[in-house]
Design a protein around this ligand. Structure first.
Ligand code: 13P
Length: 253
């Protein structure tokens, strides 16, 4: 199974700090645990720069969002085709911040993933429950519905090209992390859902953990059987921390 550490920069950095962060990651990532796949997802305006700087390195550049349509009158939006033309090869879809602040439904998220798959890009599909859903014991049901609603349309061959990130909303940017047991049981649940599409889907789709993941708590999370790395927010903005997370993920190999 692949191990992946992905950095979601969200709406952070500016031109100069983005350049400095990409450079630092590229410069130091080379020597560390080559088996771990390293992905960075800078904001749209810095993607071309990031692709140029990452050329010839191990770093994969992803976007944080895309529009589901191929092109057209959607002022301010960015299509998967545009991303591909820049050399971007992956894209986060369905992040809880997109669901919460931009009203993205599972159906729309599924359309975005379909647009990416159609042109050979990798969707990094995010799912996860909020605090109230966990407290009321509905977290497995919520994640099941998110998966079915967005990914139900795909063939096995398509599903095998997706990366999943479980990000409990209550753990994102809060300093609260899922315990290793909470992470493992949800990842095992997601794996079981994938298994209903066949063993090869379950065996091939990496499931990343996200939510206040940092070098202090990552080791026990990444060590869990069904945790195949992390989707990192805050700690991905500090090159040393992000690279340390890559090192920690390498211990899984
Ligand atoms: P934090 O690591 O800042 O909690 O963010 C996680 C996340 O949302 C990554 O997509």
């Amino acid at each position: 199974m692949r191990t992946i550490v992905a950095g979601n920069w969200k709406m952070n950095t500016d031109r100069l700090s983005a350049e400095a962060l990409v450079s630092a990651v590229v410069q130091h990532a080379g020597g560390i645990v080559p088996e771990v796949e390293v992905i960075i997802a800078p904001p749209f305006p810095f993607l071309a720069m990031a692709v140029a700087k990452c050329e010839g390195s191990r770093i994969i550049v992803a976007a944080q969002n895309c529009h589901q349509a191929e092109k057209g009158a959607y002022t301010g939006e960015v299509s998967a085709t545009m991303l591909k033309s820049l050399g971007v090869t992956a894209c986060i879809v369905g992040h809880s911040e997109r669901r919460q602040y931009f009203g993205e439904s599972d159906a729309v998220i599924g359309e975005k993933a379909a647009a990416l798959l159609a042109i050979g890009l990798t969707p990094i599909f995010c799912c996860g429950e909020n605090q109230e859903e966990r407290t009321s014991g509905r977290h497995f049901h919520v994640v099941t519905e998110q998966m079915k609603g967005a990914l139900g349309r795909f063939s096995n061959a398509e599903l095998e090209r997706i990366v999943i990130a479980y990000e409990p909303v209550w753990a994102i940017g809060t300093g609260l992390t899922a315990s290793k047991e909470q992470a493992q049981e949800m990842h095992a649940h997601i794996r079981a859902l994938l298994h209903t599409h066949g063993a090869s889907v379950a065996e091939r789709v990496p499931i990343l953990y996200g939510g206040s993941c940092n070098p202090t708590n990552a080791e026990s999370l990444f060590a869990q059987l069904d945790v195949n790395g992390g989707l990192i927010g805050g700690a991905s903005l500090v090159a040393e921390q992000f690279l340390e997370l890559v090192r920690i993920a390498g211990k899984k190999q």
